[in-house]
Design a protein. Structure first.
Length: 394
């Protein structure tokens, strides 16, 4: 659904650019909170919070890779992942908007995919609308469903399914305001929603499979699954003096809470042992995610459908593309997802995909690391002034 240059006139492109910039600004502030939230040992807070930034960068890279996998949805039409629902559920809605925005920026600048003057349109439609709609639906469903891991997967399927036609409706509204070709909006609306409902089924399947896979191994790393796992509590019974009536030989898990001295020792001893295991587990999730993204972009993308996607097909059938303009980055060495001067199509596309994954991972991770560090500085506050430096009498 990448909108090229020329589909939308200049005033509406500027207006959507302002909307997109405002949304990114709000998301930067919201992402500071999301990246600083915690889930205990091995979660996303404390030491776990240090892993959130690279995981968010991984989500952006994974979305970039899977967007290269166009799948057939109807005769002569294909679709691809938009990614707003997936990002929102995995890392939170604010961070999710930033993830998809990074993907769209990399695609536009490096691969001439999606117009540069239409970047505001694409961020508003593909990043903001899909993320907001998907997360609202997801949270609403979870309030009604039992608090189980399966509920997260089912809710993610429905949320992703709804988010794609919602983006199609949003595009139709934007085109009604600033479309450069005179076409029947009723036909555009019907065609866009119809084909994107089918694309939404593919989006829903990809989203549910990915979310379900991560929830199965590390639910604490999934933003939308927080609250499903309970923090471990160690409870003890009072230990009387040896030989006293009712003496208990040792602390027990699950007994009545008391002020026994052994409980803090047991809890403190358990935490350091759990933290390294959680870090290793998070590294495995990250490594598997990177490998999957590279495989999708570098190998599987060669077998993706070559048919035009939903927007391209609707535009061609209804004359929306009459005033399409040349892309400003059409001479990029990676334009059209191929490496310039590499004649083998499979090698060219694979290299371009791998480069794209690496670039998106680097830019996304760098952005979220900066956001995370600013969160830590804000939380720490100004350093306390030593008492020795206080003026006399203060």
């Amino acid at each position: 659904m990448h909108v090229p240059d020329g589909f939308i006139d200049a005033p509406v492109s500027v207006a959507t650019g302002v909307v997109a910039a405002a949304a990114v600004g709000v998301s930067l502030r919201g992402a500071r909170r999301e990246l600083g939230e915690g889930g205990g040992s091995g979660g996303l807070g404390g030491s776990g919070g240090e892993r959130t930034a690279p995981l968010a960068g991984l989500v952006a890279a994974f979305i970039f890779a899977v967007q290269m996998l166009n799948f057939p949805v109807a005769a002569g039409t294909s679709g691809h992942l938009l990614g707003g629902a997936l990002a929102a559920i995995l890392v939170g809605p604010y961070t999710g908007v930033l993830c998809v925005s990074v993907v769209l920026l990399m695609q536009g600048v490096l691969f001439a995919d999606g117009g540069l003057t239409a970047l505001g349109v694409n961020i508003t439609d593909m990043a903001v609308v899909t993320t907001v709609v998907a997360y609202a639906v997801f949270r609403g469903l979870l309030k009604l469903a039992p608090k189980r891991r399966r509920s997260v997967t089912v809710a993610s399927f429905v949320a992703a399914l709804v988010s794609v036609p919602a983006a199609a409706v949003a595009f139709t509204g934007i085109y009604a305001l600033g479309g450069t070709a005179h076409v029947s909006l009723d036909k555009v609306f019907t065609a866009m929603v119809g084909v994107h409902v089918l694309i939404g089924i593919g989006e829903a399947a990809i989203t549910a499979l990915t979310v379900g896979a991560v929830v199965a191994v590390r639910p604490d790393l999934v933003h939308g699954a927080r609250g499903l796992t309970r923090t471990l509590e160690i409870r003890t019974v009072a230990v009387a003096a040896p030989g006293a009536p009712g003496a208990s030989p040792a602390p027990q898990a699950g007994g009545a809470a008391s002020g026994g001295a052994a409980a803090p020792v047991a809890a403190a001893a358990a935490a350091p042992a759990a933290a390294p295991a959680a870090r290793r587990s998070a590294r495995r999730v990250w490594a598997v995610g990177v490998a999957a993204a590279l495989l999708c972009a570098g190998v599987v993308s060669f077998y993706a459908s070559a048919n035009p996607d939903g927007l391209e097909k609707v535009a061609a059938d209804n004359g929306i593309d009459k005033k399409t303009e040349d892309h400003a980055a059409q001479d990029s060495p990676l334009a059209d997802y191929g490496v310039k001067d590499v004649t083998d199509a499979r090698l060219s596309g694979g290299l371009a995909g791998v480069i794209g994954v690496g670039a998106t991972l680097a830019v996304g991770s760098g952005l979220f690391v900066v956001v995370r560090r600013r969160t830590r500085k804000a939380a720490a506050g100004p350093a306390a002034v030593p008492a020795a430096h206080h003026p006399e009498g203060v």
